[in-house]
Design a protein around this ligand. Sequence first.
Ligand code: NAD
Ligand code: LMR
Length: 342
Amino acid sequence: MVKAVVCGASGGIGQPLSLFLKASPYVTELALYDVVNAPGVAADLSHICTGAKVSGYSPKDDGLKLALTNAQLVVIPAGIPRKPGMTRDDLFKINAGIVYDLINGVAQFCPKAFVLVISNPVNSMVPIACEVLKRHKVFDPARVFGVTTLDTVRAQTFTASLLESTASNSKFDPSQIAVPVVGGHSGDTIVPLLSLAQPAQDLQLSSTISHQQRSDLIHRIQFGGDEVVQAKDGMGSATLSMAYAGYRFAEAVLRATVGGESSIVEASYVYLPGIPKGGVAVRDRVGLDYFAMPIRLGPHGVEEVVNLLDKIDEYEVGLINIAQKGLKTSIEKGVSFVTDHN
Ligand code: NAD
Ligand code: LMR
């Protein structure tokens, strides 16, 4: 019995993500919240013959409170997307205020919910979310997730496609390839760990692809978002692949927390000092409070941060060092936004 809420439900990500949640066997109630058209999207989805009861809310008449009350899962793709020539950080000014207000609602109306932050820049929005929850004294680091699954999804797809182009007559199923992606969610803060790609014996990445191919692959994973922004030419950024990735992560959380499955691991950008198992060690290694790593999920959310940093090669150590610098600035910017917001 799960009540899930999508904040930003009428948008490019919000609509297909809400569709996935409506079809989810875990969701019994689905509340859609947006500043425009949420009742319309809710009416549309409500005709689908699955169990979840759907309702739509706007800010008027206590809509946020009604949407969030009793929620166990809150997914936030609210906010503006990029246009060509913009960085994710260019979205900070507008999206910070949106995420701040929504998380204030979470703190008041569903403080125990699992919160999945999709809005960009994720590297700063997650610190904002955590700081707001801290202020309300309801912060549980095991329950707040920056959604970086699209980077993992891209790493699987692009790696399979490169391997296919280099190995004649071989088919590589992207869903069977695992590439851990760590760091953050923007440009060179995205660090794919190709040396740890699985299944190692079949992939043999280092012997199959050249150094140049490897660095091109890393660059493509880091800047995959730009490919979509440019192709959409002013009409926004990734929406459908993001909805797929967002649901994949939401489902992982539901399978672990409601379905009782152990050993589910997905990467996410989390608050490290609050996760004794693995989180503190990664924090000490990177000197940052927030970092994306594969996390093991359990009944209460993040159970363990799976520290891969002792296993990476020298080239990847260099990539992590670059990522640390960008992340430091983005994290400080998010934390300061809340400190200055009185
Ligand atoms: P969009 O403009 O299509 O949709 C955003 C929705 O948010 C709109 O329906 C809008 O009305 C709504 N909204 C605005 N202010 C709101 C508020 N205060 N409360 C509730 N809803 C509000 O944009 P999109 O393409 O769906 O992207 C949404 C966000 O997700 C962007 O910031 C984008 O950069 C980000 N994104 C993140 C990832 C990721 O990997 N984490 C991937 C793709 C996009
Ligand atoms: C992505 O990676 O596709 C998203 O973060 C959207 C963007 O702005 O690129």
